[in-house]
Design a protein around this ligand. Structure first.
Ligand code: UDH
Ligand code: NGS
Length: 355
């Protein structure tokens, strides 16, 4: 005779195996489902890397339709946008040392055609990651169109490889009065902020081009001097306190020194005044090393109405007394014209004249 309790335990074992198989089946199904979700999102990311502009267009069309018809899908699209990660620092697109030369003139049309991803006003931001900083490039300007073409030709591709969210502002001094570089920079700061929530400001002479794209045109924990080894100075700093050429400051650093002086008319000293302001507020200058900080200057004659300012030595001797009343808090000017090009925003201003 067979033992009934033996039959029962045999049935019990079969049931356990069936339950186990069901569990394995469900687990495999769940795992498979999660994997396809993952693949779908990677596919979307790859599409975005391959065709960022197209993708933005597609996404915005989808978003528009979804907003109107399918709120649930719209939420998914905005989640994908949220999934953008910060751009890596340093940018993986950098190439290092660059060949910079000025023997063949360039045309604005050429520069426009080589930079199709810019939007009006010389604006750009990466589409596949979140730029680390929003940077306004401010260029003091009068009558240097040939230099500006070279600046745009070289800098736009560099700034895009640096994956910055940036805009280019050419601040053009109207009239024939003596040139006032520092006041134009104050105006650039003010006008750029009216347009976008910039957090960093690069102040660049129009005739200076970096020779290495690792010299990132962004802001640092201390005010940055970017043009540290110029060809015209034998690729050396002319003196330790030198802060001319190209520099960058965060909004906070700029406001801490009440911006720049408005009262330096003609050549020289305004950059030393800015240095004095920074050191009197306890800040130090950060710089790239001499190799990464190499740059070329476009050779030129002295401009009309930019002769050396005879008052400059007296003024820099009194920065600490004057800086609280002369600066961004006392800035006054008139905007005459705003022109938007694909490559830059040109703001022509009346800066007044020396008192
Ligand atoms: N700038 C103009 N137009 C002017 C004067 C100055 O656009 O008429 C701007 C421009 O961005 C320039 C910057 O202000 O790069 C600084 O000008 P600067 O004259 O102070 O300095 P730069 O080094 O020339 O360009 C110094 C005089 C060089 C004399 C050389 C004689 N061989
Ligand atoms: C200093 C000037 C700075 C100027 C620097 C370099 O002497 O404004 O030379 O000039 N300071 C004074 O004159 C007080 S450069 O050779 O680039 O023209 O930036």
């Amino acid at each position: 005779m067979r033992d009934p309790s033996g039959n029962f335990s045999f049935l019990q074992r079969i049931c356990s195996v069936v339950v186990l198989l069901c569990f394995v089946h469900i687990s495999v199904t769940v795992l498979y489902y999660l994997r396809t979700l993952d693949l779908r999102s990677s596919f979307l990311q790859i599409q975005q890397i391959n065709s960022p502009t197209q993708n933005v267009l597609k996404e915005s069309a989808v978003t528009q339709a979804n907003l109107e018809r399918q709120p649930a899908l719209a939420t998914n699209v905005s989640r994908e946008a949220e999934a953008l990660k910060p751009c890596p620092d340093p940018s993986p697109l950098l190439v290092g040392p660059l060949r910079i030369e000025f023997s063949n003139p360039v045309s604005l049309d050429l520069v426009r055609s080589e930079n199709p991803r810019l939007s009006s006003g010389g604006r750009y931001k990466p589409t596949d990651c979140i730029a680390l900083q929003k940077v306004a490039m401010i260029i003091p300007f009068r009558n240097r169109d040939e230099h500006l073409k070279f600046w745009l030709y070289y800098l736009h591709p560099i700034l895009q490889r640096q994956q910055l969210d940036y805009g280019v502002y050419v601040i053009n001094q109207a009239g024939e009065e003596r040139f006032n570089r520092a006041k134009l920079l104050n105006i650039g700061y003010t006008e750029a902020l009216k347009e976008y929530d910039y957090e960093c400001f690069v102040f660049s002479d129009v005739d200076l081009i970096p020779m290495d794209d690792r010299n990132t045109y962004k802001c640092y924990s201390q005010p940055r001097h970017l043009s540290v080894s110029m060809d015209k100075f034998g690729f050396k700093l002319p003196y330790n306190q030198y802060f001319g050429g190209v520099s960058s400051m965060s909004k906070q650093q700029f406001l801490k020194i009440n911006g720049f002086p408005n009262d330096y008319w003609g050549w020289g000293g305004e950059d030393d005044d800015i240095f004095n302001r920074l050191s009197s507020r306890g800040m130090s200058i950060s710089r790239p090393n001499g190799q990464i900080g190499k740059c070329r200057m476009i050779r030129h004659e002295r401009d009309k109405q930019n002769e050396p300012n005879p008052q400059r030595f007296d003024r820099i001797a009194h920065t600490r007394e004057t800086m609280n009343r002369d600066g961004i808090n006392s800035l006054s000017y008139k905007v005459i014209k705003v022109e938007k090009d694909q490559l830059f925003t040109k703001i022509t201003v009346d800066v007044g004249k020396p008192r």
